[in-house]
Ligand binder design. Structure first.
Ligand code: FES
Ligand SMILES: [Fe+2]
Length: 424
């Protein structure tokens, strides 16, 4: 369980909140680059961390992320005209560039110096890996982008997506470091019926009570879930959790993948997902499997980022299917995840939980975040944002006779750490 106070501390992320401040020390995925496909195209609303922002791509192709509301009298710049190097408010024509500078005030007399005094809040932006990343923290502390492998590969090697989850970021993050649920929520009675091969993952269904071991690292932790699978030994899933809200879980081979939870506000979250192959472009079959909506991302309501299976239709729950086909009765892995997580409410009362041995990684993630939040409240800045090389890691899964997690990760170290991290 988590006290009400600690639950609040972790889930309130608006400007000025302790957790909001911690998240603002990291570069965060903010939108798909494809949402701003061309210079001078339509701006998009970007609600993020309890702030209302607007994003646009200017004439030179630069992306700007600004306060959504015009400095003059607060009109939303979503309605703005994106033209000739800036976003122009349609109310009285004030215009802003990607840095938030007011570059034109046509409603004022010629010679007015007003525009020199006007500046709209703007945030640093980077485009990498098919995403637009934003840094909302103190400008003097801006770190480097995390050196995830999927950000380094050519675009055809990778697929990125995003959708809305109707919970706090913490519920999504906790589901991700909860290896035990795979044996239940995602179980199919006859794995040959699965619409995509889950290969070794299906071994999870042979042992419902995995043993979890967490190995803390500079970036968060790597954790192993060990399941007995008969004479061959153990099925090990070795997953990564990376601060502040990233995870990489062993995916159906040969692709690698992961997700990040970025708060829209306290109760709603952007989920970003990526799949990639380190060495070659994705095949057509791999792309169509990703786009099928069975895994990540889910199928979306066209023209929106809201999943088609959602709370309004009970996520497509089918009781006949629940009896005969799969444990949940819901089609699709993320649909299942959102159904269980959203059903607990946007911010569950964690003081009423009964945590168990299978929650070891969840407990460690909370403890780590709480420690960093409290340290930051005491003026101690997190070191990790300034060590972007720490993010060059992978998850993996394996059937192995080894029973000890520490020895397992030592043996398979070259599958986990892509290059040695620099010392602090
Ligand atoms: S409110 Fe934007 S120009 Fe007046
Ligand atoms: Fe899941």
């Amino acid at each position: 369980m988590l006290s009400r106070e600690d639950n609040d501390l972790l889930t309130r992320i608006g400007p000025g909140t302790p957790m909001g401040e911690l998240l603002r020390r990291f570069w965060l995925p903010a939108l798909l680059a494809s949402e701003l496909p061309e210079p001078d195209g339509p701006p998009v609303r970007l609600p993020l961390l309890g702030e209302r922002l607007v994003a646009f791509r200017d004439t030179d192709g630069q992306v700007g992320v600004l306060d959504e509301f015009c400095a003059h009298r607060g009109t939303s710049l979503f309605f703005g005209r994106n033209e000739a190097g800036g976003l122009r408010c349609v109310y009285h024509g004030w215009k802003y560039d990607v840095a938030g500078r007011c570059v034109d005030v046509p409603s004022e007399p010629a010679g007015s110096s007003l525009r020199e005094k006007i500046r709209l809040r703007s945030y640093p932006v980077r485009e990498r890996g098919g995403l637009v990343w934003v840094y909302l923290g103190p400008p003097e502390r801006a770190p480097g982008l995390p050196e995830f492998e999927w950000l380094q590969v050519p675009a055809p090697h990778r697929r990125v997506s995003k959708w809305i989850q109707e919970t706090s970021y913490l519920s999504g993050l906790e589901g991700e470091v909860d290896s035990a649920h795979f044996s239940f929520l995602h179980r199919w009675f006859d794995p040959s019926q699965l619409p995509m091969p889950l290969q070794r993952q299906g071994l999870s269904w042979r042992d419902p009570a995995p043993r979890l071991t967490v190995h803390e690292t500079d970036y968060g932790f790597v954790y192993g879930s060990r399941r007995q699978v008969g004479a061959e030994g153990y099925y090990w899933r070795v997953n990564q959790w990376l601060l502040p809200t990233h995870s990489m879980t062993a995916s159906p081979e040969p692709l690698l993948g992961g997700r990040a939870w970025v708060p829209i506000d306290d109760a709603t979250t952007w989920t970003f997902a990526y799949s990639y192959h380190p060495d070659r472009p994705l095949t057509e079959e791999e792309v169509s499997r990703i786009e099928s909506g069975f895994f990540f991302p889910p199928r979306l309501i066209p023209g929106t980022f809201r999943p088609a299976a959602n709370r309004d239709n009970d996520y497509g729950l089918d009781r006949a299917r629940q009896r005969a086909t799969n444990f949940s009765g819901i089609w699709g892995v993320n649909n299942e995840d959102r159904a269980v997580q959203e059903s607990a409410g946007p911010i569950p009362d964690r003081s009423r939980e009964h945590l168990a041995a299978s929650d070891r990684a969840v407990i460690t993630a909370r403890r780590t975040l709480l420690r960093l939040v409290r340290q930051l409240q005491d003026g101690i800045e997190p070191a990790l944002p300034h060590r972007p090389d720490c993010y060059a890691v992978r998850p993996f899964d394996v059937v192995d006779a080894e029973e000890d997690f520490e020895r397992l990760i030592e043996t398979h170290r070259d599958r986990i750490v892509l290059r040695p991290a620099r010392a602090t």
